[in-house]
Write a protein that binds this ligand. Sequence first.
Ligand SMILES: Cc1cc2nc3c(=O)[nH]c(=O)nc-3n(C[C@H](O)[C@H](O)[C@H](O)COP(=O)(O)OP(=O)(O)OC[C@H]3O[C@@H](n4cnc5c(N)ncnc54)[C@H](O)[C@@H]3O)c2cc1C
Ligand SMILES: NC(=O)c1ccc[n+]([C@@H]2O[C@H](COP(=O)([O-])OP(=O)(O)OC[C@H]3O[C@@H](n4cnc5c(N)ncnc54)[C@H](O)[C@@H]3O)[C@@H](O)[C@H]2O)c1
Length: 454
Amino acid sequence: MTNSEKKTKNFDFLVIGGGITGLTVSSNLATEGKSVALIESRDWGGTSINRGATAKKAILALSELHHKIEAFQGKGFDDVPTINWEDMISHRDWLVEDQRARAKERAISSGVYTFEGQARFLDDHHVIVDGRVLSADTIVIATGSRPRELTFEGAQFVDDSGNLLRQHRKPKEIAIIGAGVIALSLISSFTEAGIKVHVIQHNDGILRGFDKELVDTLVSRLQAKGAEFHLNAEPMKVFKEDNGLYTVLLSTGASLNVNGIYDAAGRAPYIQQLDLEKAGISYNAKGIAVNDYLQTSKEWIYALGDCCDAPVPKLTSYGDYQAKYLANLLLGHRSDRISYPKAPAVTVFSIPKLGQVGMSINQAKTEPHNYTIKAVDMSHWQNYRRVRDDLAQLKLVIDNQSQKVVGAEILSDSADILVNYLALLINLGASMQDVQDIIFAYPSIATDLYGIWT
Ligand SMILES: Cc1cc2nc3c(=O)[nH]c(=O)nc-3n(C[C@H](O)[C@H](O)[C@H](O)COP(=O)(O)OP(=O)(O)OC[C@H]3O[C@@H](n4cnc5c(N)ncnc54)[C@H](O)[C@@H]3O)c2cc1C
Ligand SMILES: NC(=O)c1ccc[n+]([C@@H]2O[C@H](COP(=O)([O-])OP(=O)(O)OC[C@H]3O[C@@H](n4cnc5c(N)ncnc54)[C@H](O)[C@@H]3O)[C@@H](O)[C@H]2O)c1
């Protein structure tokens, strides 16, 4: 240790990573009078605010409007306006900067001591950041994830998918590697702006965890809007041309000429920079190993969010849930193991959106004696017809024994709303009578629940 490293500052809690999970856990601890240090190396608010959901949905706001106006062309709108790409990205910048500043401000106003710089462990009680040594009785790791590293020739030309959303100059044509949730959430925002999008997927499994029929309908819509799917294709080599464009050679023999190529081929825990070995913390390729209390192999060091290997999806919603649990555990408000809600809701924010709650259709199909799948075409229902949501489809998973809905998948512009209503009903165990006993504002997506929840 150097002299400056010897001036150690002690805290009750030390939290590494200022994403949503690190911010929530540290603010909740500080609010109850604990001394808490929070360290962030890049952008306050982490992936979610800067490169994920917030950035994506800022742009989706305009893409959805554009899509709707197009659906009403000749039915109230004569012309479809062109999206001004530069202005749309500025709108994103404004929202992201605003949310980033508020995220840091929220921590400070809760009493958290914030530090900026890359933290790494010196031992199992000490962390160094920007030449300063910080120590605490309890340490929380919330360093998130990064795009998975690609290894083909020219992979250095492939950009982080998050950078797709902050490029001020409009590209003409782009390629995205991977046809998972990130790619499918982003494509519509580009095609609505008139950008040609190539999606490269190394097998034929687009959005693997979702019902194939609904995914195929979504893919047909995306293709009609200007997306081209290259299935059973892998990038073999990327090189930069003299004119600034990139050539992507695919395993199928095809070659693409694009303005940019982006990595949406899965994410990996961002932990290599932490020197975990010095603290004796165990980890694997999926993240830092944790038990059901989110404790690592050192019992006073915890990990949560995208950087840990917990048996749940790596999503903001789960990170936030873990952060609230952990703060309560560390404050002594609870002592039980973490358990996760039985019917979580997720949405792929494409146009139309694809929502899933509770048991998936794929899972239900493997147990036909236990579950019945009911397909409902909602496109002629007034809520959907009114807004020309012509693809609206719902699939319900019904438990044969209880006759209760235990899962659903929805393809619709309003899937995020309906999926959350269904999450409420499934998680609260609502009966048919419970729903009939509520008066919802009529007519709205909620009033459709009278028909769905039978
Ligand atoms: C394009 C995209 C779209 C997404 N959309 C959704 C969505 O719609 N809904 C949803 O629920 N989830 C979504 N996700 C997933 C979601 O963003 C992550 O699950 C969430 O951000 C994880 O939060 P976290 O706090 O664990 O990690 P992060 O948000 O990654 O935050 C970790 C922070 O730690 C910092 N850090 C790392 N190492 C150090 C260090 N050594 N010292 C100090 N600081 C460090 C990083 O700079 C980062 O700011 C999306 C992800 C992407 C990429
Ligand atoms: N709306 C949401 O909830 C949301 C949105 C975006 C991201 N996320 C989170 O981000 C995580 C990462 O998303 P993602 O889309 O990167 O991962 P993903 O695992 O969903 O999809 C990656 C895809 O890339 C394919 N792939 C992998 N290597 C490839 C290669 N060399 N060439 C071609 N294809 C390849 C995979 O088969 C897979 O289909 C998600 O698991 C999720 O937790 C959530």
